[in-house]
Design a protein around this ligand. Structure first.
Ligand SMILES: [Zn+2]
Length: 63
């Protein structure tokens, strides 16, 4: 999972927080893009998505 800093200026909203119903607008410089996923994400969601992905890849490896 490749994570890069969000490009652009002004404010953006974390897509995952939005889906979870959390109003979370932040400056673009505090948001991140995830390769292969649309939108931008806050630090907290990046950490959570990374954790979920690692857990899923471990589960795949077990089977
Ligand atoms: Zn978020």
């Amino acid at each position: 999972m490749k994570i890069t800093k969000a490009k652009g200026e002004g404010q953006g909203q974390c897509l995952r927080c939005k889906q979870l119903g959390i109003w979370n607008r932040q400056w673009m410089s505090f948001l991140y893009e995830i390769e292969g996923k649309p939108g931008v994400y806050c630090k907290k969601c990046v950490d959570e998505l990374r954790y979920i992905e690692q857990k899923e890849s471990r589960d795949r490896f077990k089977t």
